[in-house]
Design a protein around this ligand. Structure first.
Ligand code: MN
Ligand code: MN
Length: 307
């Protein structure tokens, strides 16, 4: 078990560093997610969820739809959130980058400067390090959020209050414990062996996110009676291929790309057989930076498997 976590963590670290080297002004988001997911597979693991590339005020849950034409622009604040699993044991990590180079958009030219974005990113990294240094068996979950919030407030910035880290288990990305990014009265105590993804988000906006209408990531929820043959087939494919881990609409391309399969997916969502992860955006349209590592709780600290 621990060997699988270590292997997944090492792969995530390598691919994250590769992505940081490869990301450039003018690159297609689709090329970046394909590179990241492909390199995870080349190294002997599988993506634990579709690689999220969330840009500027888009905070989480964006992955390329099929044939995505969107482009990474100079001046963008890009969050790269990737996960790998080895036999279902998951490592989850994210990094933020302010993309170098000339911009095409007036928003990037006029409203944001690179130096300020670097501060957002630096603060997210600091908050993550502070959280990690707090973690050991017996620590209350609420205490971690308090330390994260304190670190971010010191820079006169805000954590995103309604996004949290999470515990993980084999094949389960969110296994029950939430790790807040704000002070909370949660007396639940961490235990040795808990596997946690710690992920502060930092912004100069209001510090809340909401669902957009867009959905590109889904996961299996439950078996339901389904009228449409196509929907029943699609649900079987999803269960076999991804179990209860998140998957991308993009991954189903190839065998399932007709209008019928879109209808099948809509039926799976409306019958609550499949859960849709809506893209999340910062409520005031402000930019957000994120940093994330996966740790395993130990009696006197924790083992960071993704660094
Ligand atoms: Mn993540
Ligand atoms: Mn996570």
């Amino acid at each position: 078990m621990i060997e699988n976590y270590i292997k997944a963590g090492k792969i995530v670290k390598e691919v994250r560093n590769l992505a940081l080297k490869e990301i450039t002004n003018g690159m297609k988001v689709l090329d970046l997610v394909n590179l990241i997911e492909g390199e995870i597979i080349n190294r002997g693991a599988f993506p634990a969820f579709p690689c999220n590339i969330s840009i500027n005020d888009v905070t989480a849950h964006y992955t390329s739809p099929p044939k995505d034409e969107s482009i990474i622009d100079g001046g963008d604040l890009v969050k790269i959130d990737l996960g790998a699993h080895v036999e279902g044991f998951i490592a989850d990590s994210a990094v933020s980058v302010s993309v170098e180079g000339e911009s095409d958009s007036s928003e990037n030219k006029n409203h944001y400067n690179t130096q300020f974005q670097e501060e957002l990113i630096e603060t997210a990294n600091e908050a993550l390090n502070t959280a990690i240094s707090t973690i050991r068996a017996g620590v209350e979950v609420g205490k971690i959020g308090e330390e994260v919030e304190k670190t971010i407030h010191l820079q006169e910035l805000k954590p995103v209050a309604n996004l949290t880290g999470h515990s993980m288990d084999q094949w389960i990305l969110h296994s029950g414990i939430s790790i807040p990014n704000i002070k909370e009265n949660n007396p639940h105590k961490l235990e040795e062996g808990d596997v946690l993804a710690i992920e502060p988000f930092v912004t100069d906006g209001v510090g809340l996110v909401s669902d957009m209408k867009d959905v590109y990531i889904y996961r299996f929820l439950r078996n339901r009676p389904l009228r449409m043959v196509q929907a029943r087939k699609l649900l079987e494919t999803i269960k076999t291929e991804y179990k209860i881990l998140p998957f991308a609409q993009r991954w189903l391309e190839g065998d399932e790309k007709t209008a019928k399969s879109n209808m099948a997916m809509r039926q799976l969502i409306s019958s609550r057989a499949v859960y849709p992860y809506h893209v999340l955006r910062e409520n005031s349209g402000a930019r957000v930076a994120q940093a994330e590592h996966t740790v395993i709780v130990e009696p006197e600290g924790c083992l960071v498997i993704t660094e």
